[in-house]
Design a protein around this ligand. Structure first.
Ligand code: F1P
Length: 610
């Protein structure tokens, strides 16, 4: 959470910083701020509550010269969203600091600093870094020494960047748990939480590793590793072609990303299928050697990615004949779990930086997992770098906070993984080619599902005055119901619950009345008859239903039920296809509600704090 940008150049950097913040806004958007060293060697700090636009408007109304600066967009952890709590924080008009993550020992440090006479202007944990750095600087007289000494006293997971008006030729950065990328320009250099922020100014990047400290000047980058040794970090040329800054003809990134699903799925399949089969190298050159020995799969993820994992559990056990467990990362990392023999740990994450998922991966390495694999959308992210195998999703940048295309592409990646492992287990060649041909047909099926948009838009009006809703599914559609409910609550703020339809009579049936819309996902599979009975249970209690059904599923619209016909598809890809109308439903309900679709309240896209 929180986005950081830093720049050091010969030219004024304010525009670079503000544009960078706009591109990082998905990481947090409750307040934003910037600090520059101006030509009089004074700190020029501007902060605003609200989105980056409020800051940008404030900046354009006056001149803000300065060729070195740092900027921040915040997702509050310590202290409410207010101007006083917005970053950058400063100490004695000399040091300015931006920070992403959490300083766990901030309370003790704050108490010590107050005892030594430092006055705090905010409730944030960040401000301790600022004053500590100032204190260390007075002690040693050397900014690098002071920065190192400060970092050594901080506990927690964070990324931070500091500037000092007395040393205006340097930016000082440290990575400990939250990503920081250095962007290399010509006679100018940059820093950010994500390379997206810097795409307008450079395509050359290197990633700081855990524990790295960097000193960046206009013309040089010096990196020290955890042991204090000078190190080189590989510089790579970014091939991100999709400039996420552009919404195209769409009103929101979320809608754009929903419509990008056919192409995103084609892109993820590209080069991974060969002659109607899964290519041997689909998971990397080394993958088969590792996957052939696997006897159990443990999936770990958060949020939407967790729902993708839940679908995959059905697939692993049904098609590959291998046992599979799925767990939320924040639970897994804090409980004592038993490791099955020859167990593969699979993490799923759009960002590759989700703090709990990353911690779970690190834990798994300590407790005896055979190997690890990540399904991830961000090359160079922490999960990709720390896993044995990585499936890069190639879904293109996802900007909308509520995940859409990343989810369906994760499902495709997982189905390929089921195939890659299944080959060594119960999946025969015939099933494999069936799965592959279903996947090849998927983009066209999704195009057809997107044609439901108009009908769903109309139906969304029924939800405008509703406060609660219930989503039902069975089998591998149960997690799809969960994902549908998550989407609706995330962006429309309507309370939504999901249940496995067979659980209705064990409690939720008590909630049913005409004010509680019930959304049912009903593909034509072996559980359809059971689902029909569940629908009757709701009807008998006066519930109003919205059924997304296969044309062969024999549901008919009447006064208690609206049926929307979903294109017929192979059973194996049905969970992927049925996600799409539910995404559209939540989008159109949010539009009617007038919420901030791409940046819903209280949320952030990249959850780098636990
Ligand atoms: C997990 C996640 C997303 C969700 C939101 C917050 O992130 O819960 O599924 O849409 O953006 O974070 P990740 O690990 O998949 O990046």
């Amino acid at each position: 959470m929180c986005g950081i940008v830093g720049a050091i150049a010969q030219r004024d950097v304010i525009e670079i910083l503000v544009e960078g913040l706009k591109r990082l806004e998905y990481r947090g958007y409750d307040s934003a701020g910037v600090a520059l060293v101006n030509p009089d060697k004074k700190l020029d700090r501007v902060r605003r509550v609200g989105k980056v636009k409020a800051l940008a408007d404030a900046m354009t109304s006056e001149d803000h010269p300065g060729s070195v600066g740092i900027a921040h967009t915040r997702w509050a952890t310590h202290g409410e969203p207010s101007e006083a709590n917005a970053h950058p924080h400063i100490s004695n008009d000399r040091i300015a600091v931006v920070h992403n993550g959490i300083i766990e020992n901030h309370a003790a440090l704050r108490a010590d600093l107050i005892a030594e006479g430092y006055q705090f202007a905010s409730e944030t944990d960040t401000e301790v870094i600022t004053h500590l750095l100032h204190k260390e600087l007075l002690k040693s007289g050397d900014m690098l020494e002071a920065f190192k000494a400060t970092i050594a006293q901080l506990d927690g997971a964070y990324g931070t960047v500091a500037i000092d008006v007395e040393n205006p030729g340097q930016l000082y950065a440290a990575r400990s748990g939250s990503p920081l990328v250095i962007g290399y320009g010509i006679g100018e250099n940059f820093l950010a939480s994500d390379q997206l922020a810097l795409l307008p100014v450079t395509r050359r990047f290197s990633f700081l590793e855990e524990g790295d400290i960097a000193v960046i000047t206009r013309t040089s980058v010096q990196i020290y590793d955890q042991a204090g040794q000078t190190v080189q970090r590989e510089i790579s040329e970014s091939d991100i072609t999709h400039d996420a800054g552009d919404k195209g003809p769409f009103k929101h990134y979320m809608l754009k990303e929903i419509y990008e699903q056919p192409i995103a799925i084609k892109n993820t399949l590209e080069g991974r299928l060969k002659n109607g089969k899964l290519a041997e190298t689909a998971f990397g050159e080394d993958a088969d050697r590792i996957l052939k020995d696997i006897e159990h799969v443990q999936i770990i993820a958060c949020g939407t990615s967790y729902h993708a994992g839940m679908v995959a559990r059905y697939w692993f056990e049904e098609y590959a004949g291998i046992s599979c467990n799925v767990e939320i990362a924040s639970e897994f990392r804090y409980r004592k779990s038993q490791v099955h023999p020859k167990s593969l740990l699979v993490t799923i994450s759009q960002s590759g930086e989700t703090a709990d998922t990353l911690a779970a991966l690190r834990l798994a390495k300590e407790i005896g997992y055979h190997s690890s694999l990540t399904i991830c959308n961000v090359p160079g992210s922490s999960l990709v770098r720390e896993s044995d195998l990585a499936y890069l999703m190639n879904a293109g940048a996802e900007i909308g906070v509520a995940s859409t295309k990343a989810f369906t592409v994760q499902l495709v990646g997982l189905l390929l993984l089921v195939t890659a492992i299944g080959r060594h287990k119960d999946m025969n060649a015939e099933t494999e080619s069936h799965v592959v041909s279903a996947l090849n047909a998927l983009p066209a099926k999704i195009e057809q599902a997107l044609d439901m948009s108009k009908a769903i838009n109309l139906l969304a009006e029924d939800f405008a005055d509703k406060h609660h809703s219930l989503f039902l599914g069975r089998g591998d559609q149960y997690p799809i119901a969960m994902e549908g409910a998550l989407k609706l609550k995330e962006i429309s703020y309507i309370h939504a619950e999901a249940y496995a339809a067979g659980e209705l009579k064990h409690g939720p049936l008590a909630l049913i009345d005409a004010d509680m819309p019930v959304i049912v996902v009903a593909p034509n599979n072996e559980l359809l008859e059971k689902l029909h009975s569940n629908v009757e249970e709701v009807r008998a209690r006066g519930g109003l239903m919205y059924v997304f059904a296969d044309s062969g599923a024999h549901f008919k619209s009447d006064s208690t039920m609206k049926v929307l016909s979903v294109p017929h598809c192979e059973k194996v890809i049905a969970p992927i296809l049925y996600s799409v109308p539910l995404q559209l439903l939540s989008y159109y309900v949010a539009l009617i509600k007038g919420t901030d679709v791409d940046q819903p309240r209280n949320l952030a896209k990249s959850v780098t704090v636990e």
